[in-house]
Design a protein around this ligand. Structure first.
Ligand code: PEP
Length: 249
């Protein structure tokens, strides 16, 4: 782990029912969690209120998306103001599923990040390359292009956690090796140092996501620039998610 406080997010994606989420919340409420870790879970919008009303305040809640500006006539969207109203402190933006399945582009995501931050909601800002981009040697180009879109839009990095999530590792069971993840985290930090500031580079937490589970998190957590994880599938299992949280070193 790095020098910043370890940060572990659980992205539940479009999974769960009232009943299964009740069970997951109760497992999380009874889990023993290392105190020196920020923990956030991200339920589907429709269950956020249920989760906030039943989950221990030890764990904060993130939305999986938010609207680009103030709410109003935007059918089907959820505004940052509404997220705040129900007690949501974070939002995941730029997730690869939103980039590559829904078609959100870098600038749209950057603007969403800026708006959420302007309202005091923290941003888990995702970046990451596709398999063909990695194979073509374009991993840094892609990550830096995505980072630049955030940097061009946001006034400050105080409330941002960067999630490096190689798309080929998400939901595939194919985790990046600790060395592969560390290499990109170092490159991201270096980019921040050159393009934002040395202070932001050293303070910003860079977490890894992509098939993290209770069996591989400890090795990944040993790397000096891995400040935590964004976890999909394994965050749906309370005890395993707790193991990942407790892999902080
Ligand atoms: C994610 O969706 O952010 C993710 C990392 O998923 P998984 O852990 O299932 O690969």
């Amino acid at each position: 782990a790095g020098t910043g406080k370890f940060f572990v997010g659980g992205n539940w994606k479009c999974n769960g029912t009232k009943e299964s989420i009740n069970k997951l919340v109760s497992d999380l409420n009874s889990a023993t969690l290392e105190s020196d870790v920020d923990v956030v879970v991200s339920p589907p919008f429709i269950y956020i209120d249920q989760v906030i009303n039943s989950l221990t305040s030890r764990i904060e809640v993130a939305a999986q998306n938010s609207w680009i500006g103030k709410g109003g006539a935007f059918t089907g969207e959820i505004s940052v103001e509404q997220l705040k109203d129900v007690g949501c402190k974070w939002v995941i933006l730029g997730h690869s599923e939103r980039r590559h399945i829904i078609g959100e582009d870098d600038q749209f995501i950057g603007k969403k990040a800026a708006y959420a931050l302007s309202q005091g909601v923290g941003v888990i800002a995702c970046i990451g390359e596709l398999l063909e981009e990695r194979e073509a040697g374009k991993t840094s180009d892609v990550c830096f292009r995505q980072l630049k879109a955030y940097a061009d839009a946001v006034p400050s990095w105080d409330n941002i956690v960067i999630a490096y999530e190689p798309v080929w590792a998400i939901g595939t069971g194919k985790v990046a090796t600790p060395e592969q993840a560390q290499e990109v985290h170092v490159a991201v930090r270096d980019w921040l140092s050159k393009n934002v500031s040395a202070e932001v580079a050293s303070k910003t937490r860079i977490i890894y996501g992509g098939s993290v589970n209770g069996g591989n998190s400890a090795e990944l957590a040993k790397k000096g620039d891995i400040d935590g994880f964004l976890v999909g599938g394994a965050s749906l299992k309370g005890p395993e998610f707790a193991t990942i949280i407790n892999s902080v070193t």
